[in-house]
Design a binder for this molecule. Structure first.
Ligand code: NAG
Ligand code: NAG
Length: 497
């Protein structure tokens, strides 16, 4: 049974097949060399195959999009309390979906100017950063009002609940999220519609975030979106227009090295320098930094013109020739943290969103601290007597280059009473892009001397002094300065008695 001799019939059949194969091979080559097939047939067949491949890809793509849309639709489900009746449930759901549609969630509403904007507040696990400070007047606080504490906790709990839910078909070992994974969130209330929450949670590796958007239409919460955000590939091109100001620039670069190179590692710096005075010094500072930190992502542009911030930013943005990039319009007096860079990445999205953070403006440190100045790093605190949210300033912004170009950039031809920053901001407000305006815990305007020149008209000179006073110290600190004579008298009297 193991080895049977090959039967003659099988052997003949095999031999025949072999001969046939040989014949076909040789004939095949001959037919092709003689090319008696119609000339374009091969090309035509290749074309057909190519078309078929394209259609297959196209249908695969459509299937994927349908799947995504279905998923989005399902995600917009309402989280109901379990005891709600079936009928009222559908009515309520319809009402809530309506509210969500009316609210400014997915795309921007067209607004006339900066006064029509509803800004967000931002928050972390322990703090709320708020533009409307209420009775306490604190720019940041642990929420004292119970309703506020409950609403934020409610949103966080709902998010954690969803994140930790086991998912069908997901066999990977999912991690457990705890409140400690909460990175930051922004929220705002449209009084006739409801509250929007946009929450970011840290993933395992630092540059990744999981992001959840909720809407609370004056009814139970509903989930709007859940997405995974990989910010590891998002490079930020930081543009700084500059004229003179070498000392401020040296300080700026000191912090830049620490934050952007030491901590973040995904930035490019574009400095647009005006004039010729001090140009060599600025170049020297950049060269030293570049060599010491082995950082090559620097562009220095020189313009022999009178300083104009808008012009500098425009030239800086246009100078970028590679693919689309996230721009951060910055200033030499501005200090920011690595957290801020992440907020910048999370709150801007090409074609969808631009980020207009509100920075915390520091008062004159000599008035706050007297002669014992802490380090610049230690001065980055958000407290009532240390500074204020500069919510009338629209100069700092994170936006994709494509959005900046599509909206027409800084438009030098249009003149008006508003500054160029404000005009750009208004253009975004009037567009269908969502403008995210929120206080940023990692963005600081560092105090510097305001010069009110003597050659100004008295009216302008007074306005300049008023603005200087706002930046100088808080209301009560200014009061103490005005009344210092009375305080001294009081001290004297007590010493004598
Ligand atoms: C799938 O379709 C989308 C939207 O039309 C398009 O942006 C994308 O490039 C397509 N992808 C492929 C692989 O064709
Ligand atoms: C420099 O730029 C490249 C992209 O152009 C980026 O991948 C890289 O992370 C940047 N390096 C640093 C240190 O920021």
């Amino acid at each position: 049974m193991l080895k049977r001799p090959v039967r003659p019939v099988t052997a003949t059949a095999l031999l025949f097949c072999f001969a046939l194969l040989l014949y076909r091979l040789s004939c095949g080559t001959r037919t092709r060399t003689r090319s008696d097939r119609p000339a374009g047939e091969d090309a035509y067949e290749a074309l057909l195959q190519q078309h078929e491949r394209q259609y297959l890809l196209y249908t695969a793509n459509l299937t994927k999009q349908i799947w995504q849309l279905k998923k989005d639709l399902k995600q917009r489900s309402v989280i109901f309390p379990p005891d709600l009746e079936e009928r009222s449930r559908s009515e309520l759901e319809e009402f809530m979906q309506n509210q969500l549609r009316r609210a400014e969630v997915g795309s921007g509403e067209q607004l006339q100017n900066e006064f029509a904007v509803l800004p967000f507040d931002s928050f972390t696990l322990r703090r709320v950063y708020q533009l409307e400070t209420g009775l306490t007047g604190h720019p940041v606080e642990t929420p004292l009002r119970r309703d506020r504490r409950n609403e934020l906790n409610g949103a966080l709990e709902a998010a954690l609940h969803l994140l930790n839910q086991p998912q069908a078909g997901d066999s990977r070992n999912r991690r457990t999220y705890s409140p400690q994974h909460f990175y930051e969130g922004i929220f705002r209330t449209e009084r006739d519609k409801g509250t929007l929450y946009d929450l970011a949670f840290r993933e395992n590796s630092v540059p990744d975030f999981r992001r959840l958007v909720f809407f609370r239409p004056f009814a139970p919460l509903m989930k709007v979106k859940e997405e995974f955000m990989d910010t590891s590939q998002i490079l930020i091109n930081i543009i700084v227009p500059l004229a003179g100001r070498v000392d401020a620039f040296r300080q700026f670069m000191h912090r830049f090295s620490e934050v952007c190179i030491g901590q973040d590692g995904r930035t490019h710096l574009t400095v647009v320098f005006f004039g010729s005075e001090k140009m060599d010094e600025v170049k020297g500072i950049l060269d030293v930094m570049s060599r010491r930190m082995k950082y090559r992502n620097v562009t220095l542009i020189h313009l022999n013109e009178v300083f104009s911030r808008a012009r500098g930013l425009d030239v800086g943005a246009r100078a970028w020739k590679r693919s689309n990039v996230l721009l951060f319009f910055c200033d030499v007096n501005v200090h920011f943290t690595a957290d801020f860079l992440n907020s910048c990445r999370m709150n801007a999205q090409p074609g969808k969103k631009v980020f207009y953070p509100v920075m915390f403006s520091q008062y004159n440190p000599e008035i706050i601290y007297g002669h014992h100045l802490p380090s610049a790093e230690d001065q980055l605190v958000i407290r009532k007597d240390f500074g204020f949210w500069k919510d009338f300033d629209f100069g700092m912004t994170c936006q994709y280059r494509s959005d900046f170009m599509n909206i027409g950039g800084f438009d030098a031809s249009v003149k008006g009473s508003a500054t160029e920053d404000v005009r750009l901001y208004r253009k975004f407000l009037r567009s269908s892009l969502l403008v995210v305006r929120a206080p940023s815990r990692g963005l600081f305007h560092v105090w510097h001397q305001t010069l009110c020149h003597a050659h100004l008209s008295t009216e302008t000179f007074k306005l300049c002094l008023q603005s200087k006073a706002l930046n100088e110290a808080s209301h009560s600190q200014l009061g103490l300065m005005i009344f210092h004579q009375q305080i001294n008298n009081h001290l004297l009297k007590h010493k004598q008695s």
